[in-house]
Design a protein around this ligand. Structure first.
Ligand code: ASC
Length: 150
C-alpha cells in the first residue's frame, strides 16, 4: 500500500513537472547496473584476467553494451526524488543529498566508457587500460553512493 502510494506520488510529480519517468525506477536502475556489470565483469575483466581468451569482437560488443546502457541512464529519472526507498535498493541517501556529486560520478563513467570504447578491440594492452579506467569509475561510485556488502 505504502509502496503503491509512493509510486503514484512519483508518477504524479513526474507528470506535473513534465519530466520523463521510469515505471519502476529502482528495478530499472538495478537491471541497468546488472547489464553494465555483466558486460564488464563477465567479459572484459575475464579477458584481462585470462579467464577467457582475448576476443576483439566480443570485447567490442561488451563495451558497446556498457555504452548503450550507461548512456541510457538519466539520473533525474532513475534516481528521482521519492525513490530513495520503497524497493530493494542499495542506493545510499548520499545519492540524493549529494545529487551534484552523484551526477558528476555518473557522467565520468559515461565519458570514460565512450573514450575507451574504440580501444578495446585494438589488442589486450589497450583492453587492460580500458578496464582499469572504466573500473575506477564503477568503484568510485560504488564506494561513495552504494551500501557496502557485509
Ligand atoms: C566489475 C563490477 C564492478 C566493477 C568494480 C571495479 O566487474 O561489477 O562494479 O568491476 O568492481 O572496481
Amino acid at each position: 500500500m505504502l509502496i503503491r502510494a509512493t509510486a503514484a506520488a512519483v508518477l504524479v510529480a513526474a507528470i506535473a513537472s513534465g519530466t520523463a519517468f521510469a515505471a519502476d525506477p529502482i528495478e530499472t536502475r538495478k537491471a541497468t547496473m546488472k547489464a553494465i556489470g555483466g558486460a564488464f565483469g563477465g567479459v572484459m575483466v575475464k579477458m584481462v584476467k585470462g579467464e577467457i581468451p582475448y576476443d576483439a569482437a566480443a570485447a567490442k560488443k561488451a563495451v558497446d553494451t556498457m555504452k548503450e546502457k550507461a548512456d541510457g541512464i538519466d539520473v533525474a529519472v532513475l534516481f528521482a526524488k521519492g525513490t530513495e526507498k520503497g524497493g530493494d535498493t542499495e542506493a545510499l541517501p548520499k545519492v540524493w543529498s549529494d545529487a551534484a556529486g552523484f551526477k558528476t560520478a555518473m557522467d565520468k563513467m559515461k565519458t570514460t566508457i565512450a573514450a575507451q570504447a574504440p580501444n578495446v578491440d585494438q589488442g589486450m594492452d589497450k583492453l587492460k587500460v580500458a578496464v582499469g579506467e572504466i573500473g575506477k569509475t564503477c568503484k568510485g561510485c560504488h564506494d561513495e553512493y552504494r551500501a557496502q556488502k557485509p
